[in-house]
Write a new protein. Structure first.
Length: 161
């Protein structure tokens, strides 16, 4: 790409790279790493005519919710995280199967966004995918950390309490 003087790198992240939900620390950390890497790389390769674009899906109707819930179900059932894990599993299932699922989309929405990022004459740095991503990212951007934490405390029991 440097030799040609142009190119485009499209990285797949998640809205979870810019905000976090309790119970998903490891997942969010990996997505944040993709975001940080892409932000740095975008600066480093722009002078060579190379664009770096992030795709940030929100709720995508696949088996992701089932897989995430299954991972937590296998976690600690007793002790300080027992109730917390149970609420996170239930909440994850409700998001993917309940009324909020309408704010999501199927995997084809991600494919269309990737295609757009590849073919756009002047691509944006980030492309949120789904109404759930746009809504959650806007809410997170508007709320100070303490307010976001308060919203999370309403939805999830805090371990250790």
């Amino acid at each position: 790409m440097r030799r040609r003087g142009w190119g485009r790198i499209v990285n797949l992240s998640s809205m979870g790279g810019r905000l976090t939900f309790p119970g998903g620390g490891a997942y969010h950390a990996t997505k944040h790493a993709v975001e940080a890497f892409s932000d740095a790389l975008r600066f480093e390769v722009r002078g060579f005519g190379i664009d770096v674009v992030l795709i940030e899906p929100g709720l995508i109707r696949t088996r992701f919710g089932e897989t995430a819930a299954g991972t937590l179900e296998a976690a600690e059932e007793e002790g300080p995280y027992g109730e917390f894990n149970a609420v996170v599993v239930k909440g994850t299932a409700e998001v993917y199967e309940g009324p909020l699922a309408r704010l999501g989309a199927g995997p084809e929405a991600v494919a269309r966004k990737i295609e757009h990022a590849i073919t756009a004459r002047r691509p944006r740095a980030r492309y949120p995918v789904t109404a759930s991503a746009r809504l959650a990212l806007t809410q997170r951007a508007l709320l100070p950390d303490r307010a976001w934490d308060a919203v999370m405390r309403v939805q999830f029991p805090q371990p250790g309490k």
